[in-house]
Design a protein around this ligand. Structure first.
Ligand code: ADP
Length: 177
């Protein structure tokens, strides 16, 4: 038998990730399906530091991850400096712009600010492995998938809170210090 300690931290990524069942859905951007106005509404209605980018709402296939800060700066700059950029302009994270009607405003291309390989674990990855990766790679967040579909996100703070619950101690005193 394994020593008892092995079982004490047997949580899985799915136990720590957000959203919990009661939370609002994960806030994601689609790779070429949203307008600047829609992206701004989503970003401003939440306080999250970042947003996964997916192929489509239906597929939930992960394409990358963008930081809130970079999104807001890029949109702001584009609105100020790029001719024809309006709320109805399409935001595009793909390599090539999708075809649009001839009278559509020019798209805003944001592939350059996206992390193309955000760290991911599967829902059944044991948390001790995930924590180890966070520490070694200095991650701030990682995404959780199941069969290639995006399920959730785990931030460093989520881990600290989870470990504090387990240890019933001050979250700052463990793990990352
Ligand atoms: P932190 O955990 O450092 O406060 P965030 O502000 O990004 O970082 O996240 C706050 C909470 O919301 C965390 O519990 C995190 O798991 C969750 N979260 C982060 N990004 C998203 C998102 N795009 N959609 C839904 N929940 C998210």
């Amino acid at each position: 038998l394994e020593p008892k300690e092995e079982f004490e931290h047997s949580s899985l990524a799915v136990d720590v990730m957000r959203p919990r069942r009661v939370d609002p859905a994960l806030a994601v951007l689609t790779q070429d399906g949203m307008t600047i106005g829609e992206v701004e509404t989503l970003v401003e209605s939440t306080h999250y530091s970042g947003f996964p980018v997916v192929v489509s709402q239906e597929s939930q296939r992960l394409v990358g991850f963008v930081l809130r800060r970079d999104l807001l700066i890029s949109i702001d700059n584009a609105r100020k400096r790029q001719d024809g950029v309006v709320s109805a302009s399409r935001v595009v994270f793909t390599e090539h712009s999708p075809s649009q009607p001839p009278d559509a405003p020019p798209p805003l291309r944001l592939r350059g600010i996206m992390d193309l390989s955000p760290f991911t674990v599967t829902d059944h990855t044991p948390m001790d492995i995930t924590v180890d990766i966070f520490r070694k790679l200095g991650l701030r967040q990682c995404l959780v998938t199941h069969n290639g579909r995006l399920l959730g996100i785990i931030t460093k703070k989520d881990i600290l809170k989870h470990m504090a619950q387990i240890a019933n101690r001050d979250p700052d005193s463990i793990l990352f210090n």
